[in-house]
Design a protein around this ligand. Structure first.
Ligand code: PLP
Length: 468
């Protein structure tokens, strides 16, 4: 008989845990001084690690020392107040504590029966978010629809595609199906369509208007052209807040087209959806009551660390018939009676974590008012920054900036913009990324870290001014 001796007893765990929370708080405190973008070269981190795992267990203190010396240099500091790249992936103290509690409970929430609180708190949080963000009632769990937490908006898009495919199963054949999206939509649509068993040729990329939003007239034309060829428009993904410029596709007009052709409408609000916690920004969701499904990511802009992507559906029927398989070993009374939600039927994988805890902690500690003020602070800073950059003789604003992302370019051309971006990123003082609009390199300053204050945005402006 081999006896397992845990290397860390509960007293040691208490101590290490307290120290780790201190480590995180210290890290957040000194973030400002760390180079934002990791400056290591490919392979550097692996080369610093032992080639083989240790034969005997090692002291905890040695492991944490290696976190400081080996891991941190290879970390890009997403929580840095000087992080202006991509979109934020912000965290907050209550969300980190929720994550820790979820790990400690170690619950597997695949079925209601495997931990009722895991399912019911999630259902309740998704309904709370409807009230917090003014989302359509048709997504409430008390009706035929409902919401769940996915690992990512990409998974949400895939579930939407599979549900749309299921809705037309038996009427239309797979090779006839066509999905539509805009040229500025996220790549997750193409990936989802391919995973769902369609070919890339079954996707139509609809041109956008002068504001980079999907043009519904072009969408209708594309569908008509497909119908003429005996193809079936089955799915449209619209975006509220595109990744390039936070352009807002006209949901209402797109929904009219979808209705005429019987296509499913999925709305991707991954980033911008969080803005709706402040009532004055609910314009981002105009027309959403016409959507079949919707997703947005509190793990981007709502203080809840990755992963926490909310997925809502107006009629859960096709989703459950697409994703439910009930083997003998999962049979249980609550499921058989149909009295409960089993979230395994709402996602790709079977297993799932207790992610609702961190959302619950975030909502309760901030309140609706605290969450609204958080996004307001970023939008205010971004609008002020946009005004200053727009007035700068060497820069021009290139697209509407309705929220906390500012897109602009140096008037000197692509090489000049790349030089400015690379110089700032190599300095470690701040981190920004680019996109391409009308084939031109455009700089993006995205404001959304939990720690970003006006002085950090001022410093970013100062860097751009100096390099202009
Ligand atoms: C970030 C983003 C996504 C992808 O989100 P994941 O949760 O990482 O899959 C999808 N759509 C838009 C518009 C995004 O900005």
């Amino acid at each position: 008989m081999t006896a397992y001796v845990p290397p860390m007893d509960l007293d040691e765990f208490r101590q290490a845990g307290h120290d780790l929370i201190d480590w995180i708080a210290d890290y957040w405190e000194r973030l400002e001084d760390l180079p934002v973008l990791s400056q290591v070269a490919p392979g550097d981190i692996r080369a610093s690690l032992p080639a083989s795992p240790p034969e005997a267990g090692e002291p905890w203190a040695d492991i944490m020392a290696d976190v400081d010396s080996l891991i941190l240099p290879g970390v890009t500091h997403w929580q840095s107040p000087n992080f202006f790249a991509y979109f934020p992936a912000n965290a907050s103290p209550p969300s980190v504590l929720g994550e820790l509690l979820s790990a400690g409970l170690g619950v597997q929430g695949m079925l209601w029966a495997t931990s009722p609180a895991c399912t019911e708190l999630e259902t309740h949080m998704l309904d709370w978010m409807i009230e917090l963000c003014g989302l359509p009632d048709r997504f409430l769990s008390t009706g035929p629809g409902g919401g769940t937490i996915q690992d990512s908006a990409s998974s949400g898009a895939l579930v939407a595609i599979l549900s749309a495919r299921e809705r037309v199963a038996g009427q239309w054949r797979m090779p006839e199906l066509v999905a539509y999206t805009s040229e500025h939509a996220h790549s997750s649509l193409e990936k989802g369509v391919r995973i769902a068993g369609l070919f890339a040729e079954q996707i139509r990329v609809i041109p956008s208007d002068e504001n980079h939003a999907m043009d519904p007239v072009k969408l209708r034309e594309a569908m008509v052209a497909d119908i003429v060829e005996d193809r079936r428009p089955f799915f449209v993904q619209a975006t509220t807040g595109t990744t390039s410029t936070t352009a807002l596709d006209p949901i209402e007009a797109i929904a009219d087209v979808c209705k005429d052709f019987g296509a499913w409408l999925h709305v991707d609000g991954a980033f911008a959806g969080s803005a709706a916690v402040a009532p004055e920004y609910r314009f981002v969701n105009a027309g959403l009551q016409r959507a079949d499904s919707y997703s947005f990511n509190p793990h981007k802009w709502l203080l809840t660390n990755f992963d926490c992507s909310l997925f809502y559906i107006a009629d859960r029927g096709p989703m459950i018939s697409a994703l439910s398989v009930l083997p003998e070993y999962l049979r249980n009374e609550a499921t058989e009676k149909g009295a409960v939600i089993d979230y395994r039927d709402w996602q790709i994988s079977l297993g799932r974590r207790f992610r609702a805890l961190k959302l619950w902690f975030v909502i309760r500690t901030h309140g609706a008012e605290g969450l609204a003020n958080f996004v307001r602070s970023h939008v205010d800073m971004a609008q002020d920054f946009a005004e200053r950059i727009g007035n700068h003789p060497s820069y021009e604003i290139v697209a509407p900036n309705p929220l906390s992302l500012v897109t602009f370019r140096h008037i000197g051309g692509d090489a000049e913009n790349e030089r400015i971006r690379d110089t700032i990123n190599a300095s470690g003082d701040a981190y920004l990324t680019h996109t391409k609009i009308n084939d031109q390199v455009v700089l993006r300053v995205s404001i959304g870290s939990q720690h970003t204050e006006q002085r950090h945005v001022d410093a970013m402006y100062g860097l751009l001014d100096t390099l202009a």
